[in-house]
Design a binder for this molecule. Structure first.
Ligand code: EPZ
Length: 440
């Protein structure tokens, strides 16, 4: 297993470019199961994306890499060698439509595999998908997805750890979500595009990644209205057609670099940022004393000299993202005065706190609340990453800690951050990957 060796304290300066969004690319890749073909660009090169390609290949989808626009390539390489694969572009087409099973081996490594359920059911009328099970950040059931498919006319049973779903044809209906689940909304949206009649989804997730999926589906002939709101209306169509879509930039990667800049920036400029998706994070960082300069998809930030404590409450979009909770803690740990974080989305997403405390942070957890005392002087330590965003939080803590840190199990970070160490090194961080044995 690879680990990172980090020497803290180096200022971060220069320019860095954000990659395509993992959580947008994944549902769009799975939407290729709806047929008609898809050209998708700005796909990040990540472990989760490779898992999605493996699963799609088992399900009869052929992914053909397309050569990238040389202009895009030149533009990227001038900024950072880390962006070589930035413009990952593929044509996805259906080669065979007989397979309908997502096996446990793939689903267990990536919960988002459950996103094949909606499109398989809509297009192939049958899906057998391993139940994802719980994970370190919470129980994460998929009951809301399944109840919606039942309402649309699917017969679903659970046997031997698998969701077995079939239908003679899905029908549109009104679906009121008890919680605005992100992948749940995406799964229903994909299923509804080919369902008979119209489907209305109330209390839908409004995350920008859901909108990106909806925009890509409409480009392929789907009829989705209300994009970006909590009420979506989908009028079913017979077939989709091939169209091209560029995946939005990754707002969580952008947010992670923004916090890095707030901690250590010496005028750090982050490119390929959709600032409109970052409101809640920018508000929180401003409360802590940050100042930004925005310029057409780029944002510059310098270190906050005396960060102030504040509070954050994770919520569905447009609230503060749970995927930024671990990364905001290091700055709260060193801020003047106390801070609090309330985690409302996942029940167990504080596993990084014990590790940050081993580095000198002073954070107490009471249920879903983290009380951060502030004023800490972090020191390097050997720590263990436990999930993707926890790893990013620990990397940020190590970057400001005095001395050397080792972050174990960085395979988590490889799931969601494209070449993070190369990008950080290119802006001045002292970070090295130490190769270990490959894990499956
Ligand atoms: C998506 O997960 C993201 N994953 C997560 O990103 C992100 O943290 C999360 O949304 C919240 O923003 C992808 O987009 C691939 P949810 P998802 O369904 O869709 C409960 C990362 O680090 N729930 O909105 O699985 C659930 O248990 C990852 O990139 C049910 O109870 O999240 C949780 O408490 C991690 N029943 C809450 O809703 C259901 O059927 C929100 O989950 C579905 C969800």
């Amino acid at each position: 297993m690879d680990r990172f060796h980090i020497v803290g304290g180096s200022p971060l300066r220069g320019e860095v470019k954000v990659s395509g969004s993992k959580n947008s690319a994944l549902p769009i890749l799975f939407s290729s199961l709806l047929g008609g073909g898809l050209v998708i660009g700005n796909v990040p090169s990540l472990r989760d994306i490779r898992t999605a390609f493996s699963l799609l290949s088992q399900l009869g989808i052929r992914a053909q890499p397309l050569s990238v626009n040389p202009e895009e390539h030149r533009e990227n390489s001038s900024i950072s060698s880390a962006s070589e694969e930035w413009a990952g572009k593929y044509r996805l087409s259906e080669e065979s439509v007989s397979a309908h099973e997502a096996p446990y081996d793939l689903v267990r490594t990536m919960r988002a595999s459950v996103l094949c359920l909606g499109p398989l059911l809509a297009k192939r009328k049958r899906a057998r998908v391993s139940l994802p099970g719980g994970c370190l950040i919470g129980a994460r059931p998929v009951d809301i997805h399944l109840n919606a498919f039942v309402r649309m006319g699917a017969k679903i049973s659970i046997d031997h750890g698998y969701i077995d779903a079939h239908t003679s044809g899905l029908s549109g209906c009104d679906i009121h979500l008890p919680y605005p689940t992100v992948t749940g909304t995406e799964n229903i949206l994909m299923a509804a595009t080919l369902a008979r009649g119209s489907t209305r989804i109330f209390n839908a997730a409004q995350e920008p990644e859901v909108s990106d999926l909806a925009i890509s589906l409409n480009a392929r002939g789907a009829r989705i209205e209300g994009i970006g709101t909590s009420s979506l209306k989908v009028t079913g169509v017979e077939n989709l057609i091939e169209a091209s879509h560029t995946v939005m930039s990754d707002r969580i990667e952008a947010g992670t670099f923004l916090v890095a800049g707030a901690l250590l920036g010496d005028r750090l400029t982050i490119h390929n940022v959709d600032v409109s998706c970052l409101d809640s994070l920018l508000i929180t960082l401003r409360e802590m004393g940050a100042d930004f300069q925005e310029d057409h998809g780029s944002i510059s930030i310098s270190r906050i000299l005396n960060p102030r404590g504040t509070s954050a409450r994770t919520e569905p979009y447009p609230g503060f993202p749970t995927d930024m909770q671990a990364q905001i803690l290091p700055i709260m740990a060193i801020a003047e005065g106390p801070s609090t974080v309330v985690e409302t989305v996942f029940e167990n997403r504080f596993t990084h706190v014990m590790e940050m405390n081993r580095m000198g942070a002073n954070i107490d957890i009471h249920g879903s609340r983290a009380f951060v005392r502030g004023g800490a002087h972090l020191e390097g330590a050997s720590v263990m990453a436990s999930d993707l965003r926890a790893s990013a939080g620990l990397v940020l803590a190590a970057l400001i800690a005095k001395g050397e840190s080792e972050i174990q199990r960085v395979y988590h970070i490889d799931r969601g951050y494209e070449k993070i160490e190369t990008k950080l090194e290119s802006i001045g961080a002292r970070i090295k990957r130490i190769r270990g044995e490959e894990i499956s």
